[in-house]
Ligand binder design. Structure first.
Ligand SMILES: [Zn+2]
Length: 694
């Protein structure tokens, strides 16, 4: 029997959205509901009166932080958080699982729980299902959460499976620890990004007598589309007669999309943390109150808003407070943003109740995408034309989504043209190569990366950050030494990006400037070295140590033709001494894949990035793309070969008409396309065959 007496008032036709209500020990809650985050038994820069006035009904408090300070005995002495902080409405406490997840290097996980050291006074704490529940009972929250093991949604399957099973065992222990307390308790569905694990987790957790269910482990690394798909799949598996809570989400559009998929409860730090940075959510979009534009504006933040900030103060005054660093500015913006969020939740609920939600959803998802956007141009339709940022043949471009890239003006080519360069570098080169896992291979010799096409150092810095992160989080042995060798002919793109480094946050580090000055940078530990080989790649290649990984990112064939020929790939294969080298590139050109096959590489379909459905990965042995515990990339198969044979663009440039038959024969006899079982013989044959061409 549920302790919350959850009831549904209305459900939207053609949508998962619903308007519901439940009863807690401190009053009734109408959903969908947004819960402001009150980490330290206070919502930052607000007091309980302004919270009530902005429409807050439930606050979220963090068990982990309150356990460390002020500590369980303070809550016991005061009879709970309500009297302690003078808040008489409901409170939900999280279990501490998420905080433990975000401090993995300071914590030891075991079946029993997470043992961690206080960041305040160095004392050791055990956060277990039992201690978490004891603390939440002392806090006296209306809704408690089970302790779960949260992992990144990008985790490998074995990690995700293990975390899910531990979470299930902890769920049982949490229920036992709750006992006959009148406080409600929510279960958490885990399973990372694996739909079958999520389904298994939902089936198990919903079989237990929880008062509500949370979808956990989202908003920690997946894309927006993935999150929406996972949310939809997860809510479909949750019972209709219990509240559903999506933890840690999100922006207005994220919330709208999740309501549409059947979620009732949300929490997020966005309204108050953006207020601290001077940002206001308004019906006209996001305003960045630090901008000089508002200095003389004698009008409210949002003319459509009736919050106290908008009723009583001008944009000019709010801007002055923000620029002067006055906490009143943070307070006023925070109150307005919370008001904006709560009013949005009320509008959503009203639309579900009066049957207009489908139309409302269609209209608002577009205008709220604008509200979510970080681009001043959408707020102020005619921005001043920015001064062009040029150096040599290169120019800085800024996309409407806010990220910047470098364009070569003579060719018109944009470096990382399809999506945010930093994101592209992470997906295509760092995650796809499982660099983090490779760096955690203790006792392995120095890992060598060839970074072909330094550009604005996006790929090299992604590798460097990955190593630094491994250094921070890897506690079971020394991190593997890393050597990055960057090849570049023209250093102007990097100079230009450093000159405008506000637009290239990945360069906020001592290394790129040091590399420009002295062609070398070394981490103080001596275990990470970054070297620049300036000049033509083919001429410089001999000076570089044998690579384990190659990030191949020159301009396209049109601009950098010589770097995409069969002969060049054969020279690269030679430089690897046909050792275990994995090669990644953005190109998916059929002719370029054929050139790689001809040079003796095994070629696989790489991960998608942005709008591109796939990229290309290659390796000198079929096994060296694979890292234990992660799914293998699919090698091009016979279907690809058949399509290649029919293709009108099958031969790379430089293959003379009289050489085409031999080229074709060599692709056809590549061991990659040999029938299963013929593998080893096929490889030996290929190795012998390759010799004549290299
Ligand atoms: Zn307002």
């Amino acid at each position: 029997m549920s302790r919350l007496n959850f009831s549904i008032a209305a459900e939207a036709a053609g949508s998962g959205a619903r308007a519901a209500a439940f009863e807690t020990l401190h009053g009734r809650v109408q959903t969908p509901v947004f819960m402001p985050v009150g980490t330290q038994a206070t919502v930052k820069c607000q007091n309980v009166d302004t919270l009530r006035e902005s429409g807050s009904t439930v606050l979220l408090a963090n068990t982990y932080h309150l356990m460390l300070r002020p500590g369980t005995e303070v809550f016991q002495a005061f009879g709970g958080i309500h009297r302690f902080m003078n808040w008489d409405r409901p409170v939900l406490t999280d279990s501490g699982g998420y905080q433990i997840f975000s401090l993995p290097h300071a914590c030891r996980m075991s079946e029993k729980g997470a043992l961690f050291q206080s960041y305040i006074d160095g004392r050791w704490f055990l956060l277990s299902p039992e201690t978490s529940l004891a603390m939440q009972k002392a806090i006296g929250s209306d809704i408690m959460m089970v302790l779960d093991q949260c992992i990144p949604s990008t985790a490998s399957r074995p990690e995700a499976e293990a975390a899910m099973e531990l979470t299930h065992r902890w769920a049982l222990r949490s229920l036992a620890a709750r006992g006959d307390s009148p406080q409600a308790l929510f279960g958490i569905v885990q399973g990372a990004a694996f739909p079958d694990l999520r389904a298994a987790s939902a089936a198990y957790i919903t079989s237990l007598p929880f008062d509500g269910f949370a979808v956990g482990g989202l908003a920690v690394g997946e894309t927006k589309e993935q999150r929406e798909d996972l949310t939809e799949a997860a809510t479909a598996l949750l019972p209709r007669d219990r509240p559903r809570y999506l933890m840690g989400v999100g922006t207005p559009v994220d919330i709208l999309e999740a309501v549409h998929r059947g979620v009732d409860m949300f929490d997020c730090i966005i309204p108050t943390s953006l207020a601290q940075r001077g940002t206001a959510y308004t019906s006209e979009g996001r305003l960045h109150m630090r901008r000089g534009l508002y200095r003389l504006q004698d009008r409210p933040l949002d003319p459509a808003c009736t919050c106290p900030t908008c009723r009583l103060y001008t944009r000019a005054y709010v801007q002055h407070l923000i620029k002067a660093g006055e906490t009143l500015g943070w307070h006023l913006l925070g109150q307005h943003n919370l008001y904006f969020y709560h009013r949005m939740m009320q509008e959503i609920r009203a639309a579900v109740v009066d049957g207009s939600f489908p139309g409302y959803y269609g209209e608002k998802r577009e205008s709220w995408a604008r509200v979510d956007g970080d681009d001043a141009a959408t707020v102020h339709p005619k921005p001043r034309l920015p001064r062009r940022m040029l150096l040599g043949d290169y120019e800085v471009l800024t996309a409407p989504q806010g990220f910047s890239s470098i364009r070569q003006n003579s060719s018109g080519e944009v470096m990382h043209s399809v999506s945010n360069p930093v994101e592209e570098a992470r997906l295509l080169y760092i995650e796809q190569s499982h660099l983090g896992a490779r760096l955690r291979a203790t006792d392995a010799p120095e890992l060598v990366i060839w970074d072909v096409g330094l550009g604005a150092a996006t790929n090299a810095m992604a590798a460097l950050r990955c190593w630094e992160e491994a250094l921070l989080t890897h506690t079971s042995g020394p991190v593997r030494p890393l050597r990055i060798v960057s090849f570049e002919r023209d250093l102007n793109p990097l100079r230009l990006a450093i000159r405008h480094s506000a637009r290239f946050p990945h360069l906020h580090h001592a290394a790129p400037s040091a590399l420009l000055r002295g062609a070398h940078w070394e981490h103080p530990s001596g275990r990470l070295r970054w070297t620049l080989l300036e000049g033509d790649f083919l001429a410089q290649m001999a000076a570089a140590p044998r690579p384990d990984l190659i990030f191949y990112d020159p301009f396209s064939f049109k601009t950098d033709g010589p770097l995409w020929t069969p002969g060049t790939f054969a020279r690269i294969a030679d430089a690897t001494a046909r050792g275990a080298t994995a090669f990644y590139t953005y190109s998916t050109s059929t002719a370029i894949r054929a050139a790689l096959l001809w040079a003796g590489f095994y070629v696989a379909r790489g991960v998608p990035i942005g709008p591109k459905a796939e990229t290309t990965a290659a390796c000198t042995h079929p096994g060296c793309l694979h890292v234990a515990g992660y799914p293998a990339l699919p090698l091009l198969d016979r279907h690809w070969l058949e399509r290649w044979e029919r293709s009108g663009a099958k031969f790379p440039a430089g293959v003379a008409p009289e050489a085409q038959a031999a080229f074709e024969a060599r692709i056809r006899s590549h061991p990659q396309f040999a029938d299963a079982g013929a593998g080893d013989a096929g490889r030996a044959h290929a190795a012998a065959g390759m010799k004549g061409y290299s």
